[in-house]
Design a protein around this ligand. Structure first.
Ligand code: SAM
Length: 286
């Protein structure tokens, strides 16, 4: 039987996370280079700045119980646990990432506050109303059902809890995606194990069907796009190339395709979308 999408995502992160951490550090997400993408800064600083800018944009107020959906090796989870002295649950499809996140938490003295589990975001074992911040940084693009993804995130939020999502999108339609835009997207989907992406207005439309208020979206493509050129520059080093070759075919393909993302931003077909909402205190009347 061919592997399912979840198995492919798991294998991709199981095999590439170690190399990513060695070369690029604990954050597996874009960096923030100022609203016009013009602020020169070190890549890792840009990644931390993205977290801080998102928290400010989302008007996040001292959450005490946080869910990090698609937590990678716990980059954001540990950052948020420390910043807010909060408890953080991180979920990922990759057992290698969950184990690494646990070890990193121990080293950081944060293991009492954090747990990392292999859980599918589309079917979470957490009771309704468990968290006061649900944070998802660049995992939505992997979800095969975007509606179920948002529904699950909303379900586990406490009343008045905050949902904050940053995810890869395609440009708003209409006009319909052209053949060459769709071809570039297909290449990106294949390389990064994405079923498909949707536009930011599509996310907003789904969010409007959920018990959420204070809905807000933003397109930060310009602010984050320089990230890929930075990653490409740092990958052009014999040690990194050797690491990529050793990590296996999936990682090799992923590395060869770094330029697809940079092209996607230049052409305007790839967008970096933000969505924020607050859980209603009671379900709206039918
Ligand atoms: C690009 S990484 C982002 C990691 C992390 N948020 C960060 O910024 O460092 C995507 C993450 O989403 C997770 N993921 C993808 N699909 C998932 C799903 N259905 N359920 C849970 N996690 C998922 C992957 O396992 C991986 O940890």
């Amino acid at each position: 039987m061919p592997p399912t999408l979840s198995q492919q995502i798991q294998t991709f992160y199981d095999s590439s996370s170690h190399l990513w951490e060695q070369v690029w550090g604990e954050h597996m997400h874009h960096g923030y280079y100022g609203p016009n993408g013009q602020q020169p800064k070190a890549r890792q600083q840009a990644q931390v700045d993205l977290i801080e800018e998102l928290l400010a944009w989302g008007n996040v107020q001292r959450p005490q119980a946080i869910l990090d959906v698609g937590c990678g090796i716990g980059g954001s989870s540990l950052y948020l646990a420390q910043k807010y002295q909060a408890t953080v649950t991180g979920i990922t499809l990759s057992p290698v990432q969950a184990r690494r996140a646990q070890v990193r938490a121990q080293t950081a003295g944060l293991s009492a506050q954090t747990t990392f589990q292999v859980v599918d975001a589309l079917n979470m074992p957490f009771p309704d109303g468990s968290f006061d911040l649900v944070w998802s940084l660049e995992s939505g693009e992997h979800m095969p059902d975007k509606t179920q993804f948002l529904q699950e995130c909303c379900r586990v939020l406490k009343p008045e809890g905050r949902l904050l999502i940053a995810t890869w999108c395609h440009r708003p339609t209409p006009p319909a995606l052209t053949w060459s835009e769709q071809r570039l997207l297909n290449d990106i989907y294949r390389i990064y194990y994405l079923p498909y992406v949707i536009s930011l207005p599509d996310y907003a439309e789904i969010a409007q069907t959920l018990p959420l208020t204070e809905l807000k979206t933003a397109d930060w493509s310009v602010a984050v796009a320089p990230f890929w050129d930075e990653v490409i520059r740092s990958a052009l080093n014999p040690q990194v190339i050797w690491g990529i070759l050793n990590a296996g075919l999936q990682t090799l393909q992923g590395s060869l395709a770094l330029s697809f993302m940079s092209r996607g931003y230049r052409q305007g077909v790839i967008r970096y979308g933000l969505l924020r909402g607050t859980k209603l205190t009671s379900e709206p009347a039918e």
